[in-house]
Design a protein around this ligand. Structure first.
Ligand code: ADP
Length: 601
């Protein structure tokens, strides 16, 4: 066999695939990693033994010789070579499968979507379970789909691919993917181009940032709400730096004072205050604020751009870091100009009212005095006349004298009550407290109205319910109160009616005096006006004498004595007025006296 032919055959033979080896009868070596064997081939009529080395189903060497020793040596070399090769292959295979295993572990357990797609058409060649989960695709069905189908905005893909082609790498690019249900999924997209199976592929990692986006949106919304609140709250808000320069102010602040933002930012807060407040803020206000970290309701005057000065109350809080360094501040300014004006007007009105009231009391008191002196003289001479007549005067004259005395008496009562009311209103009432047996006072009052009750056949009863405890209060005023209620019960009663004083012990301990009559009662629609001075609830022109001030005085006195006072009444059935006192004997306080006076005003 000539050498060239053999060489050609050798070349050919090394490329012979396993199928050809089988043809040569090497069935025993098929499937083995390494094998060698002899075959006889006929070359130009001569039978020649051929040694073939086969590894992984491929003929790797080929030796033709008749020299069997050479063949044996060669066989040894071949064996060693093949063994080394097999070891190498085994080692590489192990390395490969180890790195494959590592990749698989990383990819399968990663919370991020990891996938491989072909650059040419976007065909997905690999996608880890997180990819399916993230996009809502049934697990294991990602491979075979096209990457571009998962872009929420398909036009985003082209520029990405262009950048990838240019740089080979994209990191943390924020894009929107599309889930299977069509909803958008914000992600960070990273990719690198690399060969895979001889073709360029994208190795992609996608991080789901939907939760971060939601949190960002919530933060943005709360910030915008806060900004809106800061700007639109109808009080002035501002922040100053440690040197007093304004670093932030609300829209309302600007609108209220009439400035534009660029006229304010960087200026000192004192630039917007009147001279007095400016001096205070510089010397005391701001230094104290920096020291204490808080100010509340500091009265300051701010000057509007139009020159108008407003009264305000400023409260502020300072923020420092852990080391005590100044971080910022927030001041809240309330415009109290209107309140101040109202307050001033009120003070003025009160002063005027007090002057007027004092003048009125003064007038009433002097008029009452002036009236009482001649009136007492009239009554005195009237009584003398009555005594002197001795039956000599005609019936007509006697009736005239009685009229003079009755009308004079009524007038005196009216003057006395007006004087008393004016004294209460002027706060000129003084109390004299004593501890006494109320039952005796009740009896005295009963005696005083007995005559009138008898005239109208009205039964008077005192129901003490056993021995009454002593009470401590102003005895004269107590008598005046009971007498007024009792005489009203008799006056506004029908013939044959009754008035009962019912004493009731209550928790506290307290003692209540109920003056119950079976008289005319007070219609519901008139009850509101019961305590109005001079209002006699329509009885002005009737026969029953009165001034319409008794209950007004009684109510004020009860308040001054720190007692409770009230009534219940039903037209045509009767009324119950009650006055209740504490038995703990607390002396009426100065406040109570003031309260009585205030309600009298
Ligand atoms: P006066 O009795 O002098 O008119 P008062 O202030 O004591 O003044 O009473 C005011 C009005 O209340 C009376 O005019 C009367 O119309 C009504 N009034 C007071 N007490 C009673 C009562 N016990 N029953 C019915 N009406 C009463």
């Amino acid at each position: 066999m000539d050498y060239h032919k053999f060489k050609n055959l050798f070349k050919f033979a090394t490329m012979v695939p396993i199928g050809l080896a089988l043809l040569f009868g090497l069935t025993s070596v098929v499937g083995q990693t390494l094998a060698e064997g002899f075959v006889n081939i006929r070359v130009q009529g001569v039978l020649m033994p051929i040694l073939m080395g086969i590894s992984s189903g491929t003929i790797i060497s080929f030796l033709v010789t008749r020299n069997r020793r050479l063949l044996a040596g060669q066989l040894e070399i071949e064996r060693n070579l093949a063994q080394n090769l097999a070891d190498l292959v085994a080692e590489r295979t192990a390395q490969l499968s180890e790195s494959e295993e590592k990749f698989r572990l990383i990819a399968e357990t990663s919370p991020n979507a990891i996938s491989i797609s072909r650059v040419s058409d976007g065909l997905l060649r690999y996608a880890n379970p997180a990819s399916s989960k993230m996009l809502g695709v049934e697990n294991g069905t990602m491979v075979g789909r096209r990457a571009q189908d998962f872009y929420f905005n398909p036009e985003e893909r082209a520029p990405l691919m262009a950048r990838l082609q240019e740089t080979g790498l994209i990191q943390n690019n924020e894009i929107l993917l599309k889930k299977v249900d069509g909803s958008p999924l914000p992600v960070l997209f990273s990719a690198a181009v690399a060969d895979f199976g001889g073709e360029p592929h994208l190795f992609i990692e996608v991080i789901d940032i939907s939760e971060r986006k939601l949190a960002e949106a919530a933060l943005a919304e709360s910030e915008s709400r806060h900004r809106k609140l800061y700007n639109e709250t109808p009080v002035m808000l501002h922040s100053i730096a440690a040197d007093g320069t304004i670093t932030r102010e609300s829209d309302f602040w600007l609108a209220h004072l009439g400035y534009d933002r660029d006229e304010v930012i960087g200026k000192s807060i004192t630039d917007f205050q009147d001279e007095q407040s400016k001096e205070y803020s510089r010397n005391d206000g701001i230094p104290q604020f920096l020291e204490n970290g808080v100010r509340s309701n500091v009265p300051l005057r701010f000057v509007k751009k139009n020159g108008e000065v407003i009264d305000t109350l400023l409260s502020a809080l300072l923020e420092r870091d852990e080391d005590g360094n100044f971080l910022g501040s927030l001041s809240v300014i309330l415009d109290i100009t209107a309140q101040k004006q109202t307050e001033a007007a009120l003070v003025e009105a009160e002063a005027t009212a007090q002057q007027a009231s004092a003048a009125k009391s003064e007038f009433l008191s002097s008029v009452s005095h002036e009236l009482r002196t001649p009136l007492n003289a009239i009554l005195g001479f009237g009584q003398l006349l009555e005594l002197d007549m001795d039956g000599e005067a005609s019936e007509e004259h006697q009736s005239h004298v009685r009229h003079i005395l009755e009308s004079g008496g009524h007038l005196l009562q009216l003057i006395n009550q007006v004087l008393e009311l004016s004294q209460i209103e002027a706060g000129k009432i003084s109390l004299s407290l004593e501890t006494f047996d109320p039952e005796r006072v009740l009896e005295e009052c009963k005696d005083m109205v007995q005559e009138r009750a008898r005239e109208n056949q009205i039964a008077l009863t005192i129901n003490t319910g056993g021995k009454l405890p002593f009470i401590t209060t102003d005895k004269l005023r107590f008598r005046q109160i009971i007498l007024n209620l009792l005489s009203n019960g008799v006056k506004y009663n029908r013939t044959g009616g009754s008035v009962t004083i019912n004493c009731e012990r209550k928790a506290g301990p307290r003692l209540r005096f109920n003056i119950i009559d079976t008289g005319f009662g007070i219609p519901k629609d008139k009850q509101d006006a019961l305590f109005e001075p001079f209002n006699r609830l329509g009885r002005e022109s009737g026969e029953i004498d009165g001034t319409g001030i008794g209950l007004t005085i009684t109510a004020h006195l009860m308040e001054i004595l720190d007692g409770d006072f009230g009534f219940e009444s039903e037209e045509d059935k009767g009324s119950t007025f009650w006055a209740e006192f504490s038995l703990d004997a607390p002396a009426p306080t100065a406040e109570a006296v003031d309260a009585g006076r205030a309600s009298a005003d």
